[in-house]
Design a protein around this ligand. Structure first.
Ligand SMILES: [Zn+2]
Length: 380
């Protein structure tokens, strides 16, 4: 059996830094064999600059919105952003398909090996079927009017049947402000083993809507002609208000967490038996809200942090190294090794993909990425 041997200035295993002067040994197709000292590695070691790490996991994306790149004005705030996405997402099928193919290829080239991808339609089916990237598709359900819950859920089930033929998938709620209690219950009763993912506390407008009953969210519903006169503000944060529907899930990915507080974290710690992951999409938060999540606080709660790009409607690129760079610049006390762990092993665990992805452990096929000058490039 022939081996491939890689050396760089540093090797990050997915969990920690390998000792200096280490060499990564793989099979011809990139299956991990071992990390050994240079002195034992023999000949034909490929010496690269920079850092080597396992392939990245993009835990939150919307591939089907890729054609919206550059179409949505930045810094508008949440509600104008949502209205723009709703009114501008229509496009010719061919245009949507080409944009998704290009986005999928760009992610592959910059070292992303797996994606937790939100779908409201079956548009991304063919691209995912033909992709080298591992996708877990979260079919997203929304509907704030309780009487529409069964119709909305049936639509999601039909889309799920399609995605389930090509890879792992599940049905998930969109956000606290867009899912009725009836719809939350249908989602939860459907599959107790599902990985749940939800846009959580993405804006001050969401927070205010649950605390006082009035915020820009009311304008959103007015604009789309939905009467929400029935809504009684629970007087608590959105996360606490909907958490009873989520707390017994096997895995729960909370995405964004811009206004999450220490009280919220104490509340969910006490209430939950789930493994909870906080997914950070800092570039999208900046693009929409000019705000970043309380990363230090989330990190102090647990280390189950994972990274996502969100979609090209709210990001200039789908690149995990760009998310790492923004976090590193904005939160200089967080060490690079920590950020890389969030981007690799933690993401793989969140998506149930750590048996083969996320770290340089023997037998895994995680891909190898080279990092240099805040750029990432696929090696294998
Ligand atoms: Zn999103």
């Amino acid at each position: 059996m022939s081996y491939r041997k890689f050396k760089a200035a540093q090797i990050f295993t997915g969990n920690s830094w390998a000792p200096p002067e280490s060499v990564l040994i793989t099979s011809e197709n990139g299956q991990i064999e071992a990390i050994i000292p240079m002195a034992d590695a023999g000949e034909n070691v490929l010496e690269l600059d920079g850092i080597l790490c396992p392939g990245f996991i993009n835990a939150h994306c919307h591939l089907e919105l890729s054609h919206m790149k550059g179409r949505i004005a930045p810094s508008t705030g949440m509600v104008p952003f949502l209205l723009q996405v709703m009114s501008r997402r229509q496009a010719a099928a061919e245009e949507i398909e080409i944009a998704m193919q290009e986005a999928d290829q760009a992610m592959w080239n910059n070292g992303i090996v797996a994606v937790g991808d939100i779908a409201n339609t079956a548009d991304s089916l063919t691209v995912k079927k033909n992709s080298r990237i591992h996708y877990h598709t979260f079919i997203e359900c929304s509907g704030f009017i309780g009487s529409t819950a069964s119709i909305r859920f049936d639509q999601a089930k039909k889309i799920r049947e399609e995605f389930n033929k090509i890879g792992p998938s599940g049905i998930v709620p969109h956000a606290p402000y867009s899912v009725s209690p009836e719809l939350f219950r249908l989602i939860r009763e459907y599959d107790s083993e599902a990985i749940l993912s939800m846009h959580n506390q993405e804006s001050v407008a969401e927070q205010e809507f649950f605390l006082s009953g009035y915020s820009a969210m009311n304008d959103l519903y007015n604009s789309i002609g939905v009467d929400i006169g029935f809504f009684q503000a629970p007087g608590t944060t959105s996360l606490r208000a909907v958490f009873p529907f989520l707390k017994n899930s096997r895995k729960l990915i909370l995405v964004h967490n811009l206004t999450t507080s220490e009280e919220d974290l104490n509340f969910i710690t006490k209430e939950s038996s789930s493994t909870i992951y906080f997914c950070l999409c800092p570039s999208a938060n900046k693009y929409i809200n000019e705000k970043l999540p309380p990363v230090d606080l989330l990190q102090s709660y647990n280390d189950n942090i994972i990274l996502g790009t969100d979609s090209l409607a709210s990001n200039y690129q789908l690149s995990i190294i760009e998310e790492i760079k923004l976090l590193s610049v904005s939160f200089p006390t967080i060490k690079l090794g920590q950020l890389l762990k969030w981007a690799t092993l933690n993401g793989a665990k969140a998506l149930d993909m750590d048996h083969t992805l996320g770290s340089f452990e023997k037998g895994k096929l995680p891909g190898i990425v080279q990092l240099q000058d805040w750029k990432s490039k696929r090696v294998i």
